[in-house]
Design a protein around this ligand. Structure first.
Ligand code: GLV
Ligand code: MN
Ligand code: MN
Length: 404
């Protein structure tokens, strides 16, 4: 099976017919179907699939236990109504690259693994890169188990319902000690490669980024009878905060987005009792990010008190800036150059498991051109020829890193 067949088989799983977007949330039915696809596809390549204590999947071509494995992969979960490529492109390309190496008669000198990390988007439980954070010890297992989804279901219950032993989650030093390098291929989430006329790029680093939950509390009341001067309406400071976030991002050369909001109780003819908003903020360096987030919080607090309401902020997740391993990056560039691929080096504001794993093992990333740059949307796209170019690039990197 080549890239196109594997891709076609995964494509319908978890796609919403109305929007055309994906709703592949961790430990749900679509996730189980994606995981079954992973194990099936691995089996066609003669790879044995294992599930680690945190629910991440690993398909192995050899397993030495000597700390030298070369692992590639990405994630299968999506944001709400996400695109087909963010995550799955890396996994399908990984399997296709392994298939290509096998058909070329390549004999690895080190084990090669294909990994699928759980809950990379944090779309269900709020913490991005949850599977890789757990594996590396970047999140406390007890705190992770008590995370709740929008329906109040805890991660512990979701894992138990999916047949996993949630008590086992946590840092997995033994597993990571087997991995000598991790290379994640991902669709580019911007238009840099399109502008440069290149099908494939190499990541330089990831901006520091995080998520903050802002809870504005006021008093529910009647929309048709409550005088303006008597209101304690949390929607007003929330609205002021959206505008302030945009302004702070522009002033700090970063990005700030409020893309998720919940108004309680949510009646068209009542003033809200509370508004919950999620701020996603990113910047090229931590000082700029601190400044940006500080300005948004200051604006939110000021607006909350001006409107007779209260505001509370919680950090849901934070990822420090990452510079990928320079030696691995050079080695990847060399392997690509040797096969005639010239790959520009790019930084990104998007988060990835490779960035979390980089704290423990040499990690690197390949990007595949996205002609419009659109991502986290059903319109996300990469041309088939560029996907094939990505597979060729990944195969070249794996062959170089895992060669005899
Ligand atoms: C992951 O896609 C993120 O950057 O939010
Ligand atoms: Mn994403
Ligand atoms: Mn992704």
């Amino acid at each position: 099976m080549g890239f196109a067949e594997m891709w076609a088989e995964l494509l319908p799983v978890g796609r919403d017919e109305r929007t055309g977007g994906y709703r592949r949330y961790s430990w749900t039915e679509p996730d189980a179907a994606c995981r079954a696809w992973f194990a099936r596809t691995a089996a066609t390549l003669d790879l044995a699939t294992e599930c680690d204590r945190n629910g991440n999947l690993w398909a192995w071509w050899g397993r030495s236990g000597e700390g030298s494995a070369v692992v590639t992969g990405s994630h299968l979960d999506s944001v709400p109504d996400g695109g087909a490529f963010d995550g799955p492109l890396g996994i399908v390309s990984a399997f296709a690259a392994v298939g290509r190496l096998r058909s070329e008669g390549f004999r690895p000198g080190r084990p090669i693994g294909v990994a699928a990390f759980i809950e990379e988007e944090g779309a269900r439980f709020g913490v991005a890169c949850l599977g890789s954070r757990l594996a590396t010890g970047a999140i406390d297992p007890a705190a992770a188990l008590s995370l709740r989804d929008g329906d109040g279901i805890s991660l512990a219950d979701a894992m138990t319902d999916a047949g996993r032993d949630a008590a086992l989650i946590g840092r997995d030093d033994a597993l990571l000690a087997d991995v000598g390098a991790y290379v994640e291929l991902h669709i580019e989430q911007g238009r840099a490669l399109a502008g440069l006329g290149a099908a494939v790029g190499i990541a330089d680093g990831i901006w520091p980024h995080g998520r903050w939950r802002l809870d504005f509390a006021g008093r529910a009341d009647h929309a048709g009878t409550t005088r303006l001067s008597d209101r304690s309406d949390p929607m007003l400071p929330y609205a002021a905060t959206v505008v302030a976030a945009r302004q702070a991002a522009a002033e700090c050369d970063g990005l700030a987005t409020i893309g998720k909001v919940r108004a309680d109780p949510g009646a068209a003819n009542a003033i809200c009792s509370a508004v919950h908003a999620w701020l996603d903020a990113r910047a090229p360096d931590e000082a700029s990010l601190d400044r940006l987030v500080g300005r948004v919080i200051e604006a939110a607090e000021g607006a909350a008190s001006q409107h007779g309401t209260r505001m509370h902020v919680d950090t849901e997740s934070f990822t420090a800036g990452v510079r990928f391993d320079a030696a691995l990056r050079q080695r990847m560039a060399g392997a690509l150059a040797a096969t005639g691929i010239s790959a520009p080096v790019l930084a990104t504001g998007a988060g990835h498991d490779a960035g979390v794993l980089a704290a423990k093992i040499p990690a690197g990333m390949l990007f595949v051109r996205n002609p419009t740059g659109v991502s986290h949307s059903p319109a996300e796209h990469a041309e088939p020829a560029d996907c094939e170019a990505g597979v060729a690039a990944l195969a070249a990197v794996l062959a170089d890193l895992a060669g005899q």
